[in-house]
Ligand binder design. Structure first.
Ligand code: HEC
Length: 211
């Protein structure tokens, strides 16, 4: 009896150990037989319907989920005011806006006040409160050789409303676009306020304004 057998015999009688070993030898089966047993087992699994036990709801949830095909149900009704029905602007290039876009609003004190508020918040940092191109952050652009335009004199003053409207919407090379930040009416309010600033600038300095 080797040492291992001795150890085992303490807990298990050596007769049992020998029996276990010999029975292991007996149950040893060949490879093809094993394969056959597995296939037979699977067939039995399917035939006896034991397969159904596999289909817990969680395993087929994703197949049974509600599938809604496009246009199967009518679109949700949008909350009021979601779509521009009165003053929304159609898709237009800057060139088209320059020629076709016309201000539908009146320069009422409210509209001008709103235009001033938008201009002071969004435009004045670069263009300056008077739109003369000297806003508080203009020096940062100048450091890179960029100059926010003076909007109250020269070329800009004579550009059509539609161009300014389209420029605010699209932005420029070094100017942000405000298509998503201002709606159509707000852009027109800014245009009207800018016209007011231009008129004030020409009154204040008629000589430079005509340059
Ligand atoms: C980050 C700085 C910056 C801000 C903010 C900004 N601009 Fe400009 N803007 C510029 C620069 C720089 C130009 C010169 C063209 C270019 O580089 O896009 C310009 C050009 C323009 C022009 C074209 C002028 C021309 O003669 O062609 C208009 C109009 C204009 N800006 C209006 C506005 C208005 C209105 C706002 C606010 C809604 C605004 N800008 C906000 C920097 C700015």
């Amino acid at each position: 009896m080797c040492r291992r057998e001795k150890e085992l015999s303490v807990i298990v009688p050596s007769k049992c150990v020998r029996a276990a070993r010999s029975s292991r030898r007996v149950v040893r089966v060949s490879q093809p037989a094993k394969l056959l047993a597995v296939v037979a087992g699977m067939a039995a699994f399917v035939v006896t319907g034991a397969g159904a036990a596999w289909c817990f709801p969680w395993s087929i949830d994703m197949y049974r989920g509600p599938a809604i095909q496009p246009l199967e149900v009518s679109p949700r009704v949008m909350p009021e005011g979601t779509l521009p029905v009165d003053t929304g602007s159609p898709p237009q290039s800057l060139e088209q806006a320059t020629v076709k876009a016309h201000n539908p609003l009146k320069p009422t004190p409210e509209n001008l006040a709103h235009g001033k508020e938008m201009f002071d918040n969004d435009c004045a940092p670069c263009h300056g409160e008077n739109a003369d191109g000297n806003g508080p952050v203009a020096h940062l652009q100048r450091a890179h050789g960029i100059q926010p335009k003076n909007l109250v004199t020269g070329v800009t003053k004579n550009l059509p409303d539609g161009y300014i409207y389209g420029y605010i919407r699209d932005g420029g090379f070094h100017m942000p676009a405000y298509a998503d930040a201002m709606d159509s009416d707000e852009r027109w309010d800014v245009v009207m306020y800018l016209r007011q600033l231009e008129a004030q600038a020409s009154k204040a300095a008629p000589k430079t304004a005509s340059k």
